[in-house]
Design a protein around this ligand. Structure first.
Ligand SMILES: N[C@@H](CCC(=O)N[C@@H](CS)C(=O)NCC(=O)O)C(=O)O
Length: 243
């Protein structure tokens, strides 16, 4: 396989981590181009076509492949072994990957930004920096407000997301029990679901919900290092379900 691969990412994006983990699993080298937030939409649209403004995007010898699911599928075509969609569970892996993309992935945006509204000084940790000083915190407050607007976050939605999280973690544990995720090598579902769960583990309030569960193991196994730490006690009392 001698295609030239270029992956376009934003720094803390979890679907980008999914694509990067898949490249590693396939033993593929790619040039990683880290875009500047704010400019990324226009760059991506130019390269990947009208309406495509999110990361990740992968160029395969210049051919645009946009979105984490499409990227994993394309990498599987390029390098079939080791497989991300093993038989006889390939159909179930695809369904779990779809669930991870459609039902879980947004929580990896809404819950961290939701928590940062209450602990804006922690925003710097997502860039690998310590807690922000007051001037940095002012900047983070403005960023969190913009993110709440962009992602349609409200307190009501946040509380609903939190209330719905245990059922989602139960679903992941059920997938692990059925061998769709959590095997010796990662499936596409491990990489899609694991990246989102790993972001959620950056939120101290949520860590007790994960403790000792397959959902925690798969997130930490394929994504051992992940920047970000919002100390426990961010969400108002009573919003986080009991672990
Ligand atoms: N489901 C898509 C979603 C991609 C997505 O929303 N990426 C976010 C980063 S996590 C993004 O590019 N956000 C910037 C924006 O919306 O402008 C995928 O997995 O590729």
């Amino acid at each position: 396989m001698s295609a030239t691969l270029t992956l376009h990412v934003l720094p803390p994006s979890h679907p980008c981590k999914t694509a990067e983990a898949a490249l590693r699993f396939k033993g593929l080298e790619a040039e990683i181009v880290t875009l500047t937030p704010g400019e990324h939409g226009d760059v991506i649209e130019e390269l990947y076509g009208a309406g495509n403004r999110t990361v990740p995007g992968l160029l395969v010898d210049g051919e645009p492949v946009h979105g984490s699911m499409a990227i994993l599928e394309r990498l599987e075509q390029l390098v079939p072994e080791p497989t991300l969609y093993p038989e006889p569970i390939a159909a179930a892996v695809r369904e779990a990957e779809r669930w991870g993309d459609a039902e879980l992935q947004d929580l990896g945006r809404r819950l961290p930004w939701g928590a940062l509204h209450f602990r804006p000084e922690a925003a710097g940790t997502f860039g690998g920096a310590p807690a922000l000083d007051p001037a940095g915190t002012d900047f983070a407050i403005r960023a969190a407000r913009a993110a709440w607007r962009y992602h349609g976050i409200t307190a009501v939605r946040l509380a609903e997301d939190l209330a719905g999280l245990p059922a989602k973690l139960d679903h992941v544990d059920a997938l692990a029990a059925d061998g769709i995720v959590g095997g010796a090598t990662p499936t596409a579902a491990d990489l899609q679901i694991g990246a989102t769960l790993r972001v959620l583990l950056t939120i101290g309030d949520l860590r007790p919900l994960f403790e000792g569960r397959p959902a925690e193991q798969l997130a930490r196994r394929w994504f051992p290092d992940y920047p970000g730490d919002v100390p426990a006690g961010a969400f108002p009392a009573g919003w986080v379900p009991a672990g």
